[in-house]
Design a protein around this ligand. Structure first.
Ligand SMILES: C[S@@+](CC[C@H](N)C(=O)[O-])C[C@H]1O[C@@H](n2cnc3c(N)ncnc32)[C@H](O)[C@@H]1O
Ligand SMILES: [Zn+2]
Length: 279
């Protein structure tokens, strides 16, 4: 973890700025937060979670890590990383619902600035902080008050994660960019068919995501990324495990999918870029 982040984090107890101290962060009102051995800080207060281990569990997080490591989502990482917003000198980026940190980690290695990943899953943040030392990693509930200062971020990323529009609007600089990633046309259609899920209307989902950001945000750009990816048996198993909608599929359908040696699937994302409106 960066020992002296140039951007203020906020104490989740009292809202005062958090400063790095020896082996911990603390605020002026004496609330201490230890830096874990992996390098992350846990700012999730017990009343901000509904269960002991909220968010993606260890099996899902490990499946997501292996799937990312297999390279199957590299085109997504490369596309997002090529967005000009990341070339601003000293760019500040918050990834809310960052998972095991693959995307933010890659951004922090390719660009100069302050990179902060937040997830409610401790296991996910542990993995992220173990691997990517240039970034700051925080356990927090992205759907409650985020422990990040007002108007402090140039970019907020929300990729396949829950969105807190009121907090994003508070945290983003007036000229900042909110990047939202949702499943694109025919995303995983072959696996959805195998697991007996309807595909839904993907255009409608992207429109709905943009509409829910109003009136605080207006959409300025929409990118579509779509490619066919051949998967081996391990990748099929990992993708099935890490994708929440597939939990509801029947045991028989899941067992049948696990016997496949390979499957070519469509991977597709819609990336929305939004700006703060002048309201
Ligand atoms: C589908 S994963 C996406 C992870 C990452 N953005 C990626 O693309 O690999 C959704 C993530 O959102 C996290 N999450 C769910 N609810 C959350 C909340 N209230 N606050 C923060 N993170 C949350 C989960 O733990 C999980 O890591
Ligand atoms: Zn405090």
């Amino acid at each position: 973890m960066n020992p002296s982040p140039p951007l203020p984090l906020l104490c989740p107890v009292c809202g005062a700025p958090l400063s790095p101290l020896e082996k911990m962060y603390g605020c002026a009102n004496g609330h201490p937060f230890n830096i874990a051995k992996e390098g992350y800080i846990n700012l999730l207060l017990s009343h901000q979670r509904k269960s002991r281990n909220p968010g993606d569990d260890a099996d899902m997080v490990m499946a997501r890590r292996r799937f990312f490591d297999s390279g199957a989502f590299d085109p997504l990482t490369d596309l997002i990383s090529s967005f000009p917003v990341f070339n601003q000198k000293g760019v500040s980026v918050l990834d809310c619902g960052c998972g095991e940190g693959h995307l933010l980690g890659a951004l922090s290695e390719r660009h100069e600035g302050f990179f902060c990943g937040v997830d409610i899953s401790k296991k996910a943040v542990q993995l992220a902080s173990k691997r990517h030392k240039q970034a700051t990693w925080i356990v927090a509930n992205g759907m409650r008050e985020l422990p990040v200062a007002d108007s402090s971020m140039n970019v907020i990323l929300s990729i396949l994660a829950p969105r807190n529009i009121a907090e994003f609007s508070r945290i983003l600089k007036p000229d900042g960019a909110l990047l939202i990633g949702v499943p694109g046309p025919n995303h995983l259609i072959e696996l959805r068919k195998q697991l007996q899920f309807s595909s839904g209307d993907f255009k409608e989902k992207a429109d709905e995501a943009a509409a829910k950001c109003a009136p605080q945000f207006i959409e300025t750009n929409r990118d579509l990324l779509s490619y066919e990816q051949p998967l081996c048996q391990e990748q099929i198993a990992d993708l099935t495990q890490m994708t929440p909608i597939f939990w509801r599929s029947s045991l028989e359908a899941k067992a049948a999918v696990m016997t496949l040696d390979q499957l070519a699937i469509t991977i597709s994302f819609t990336l929305l870029t939004l700006k703060r409106s002048s309201l």
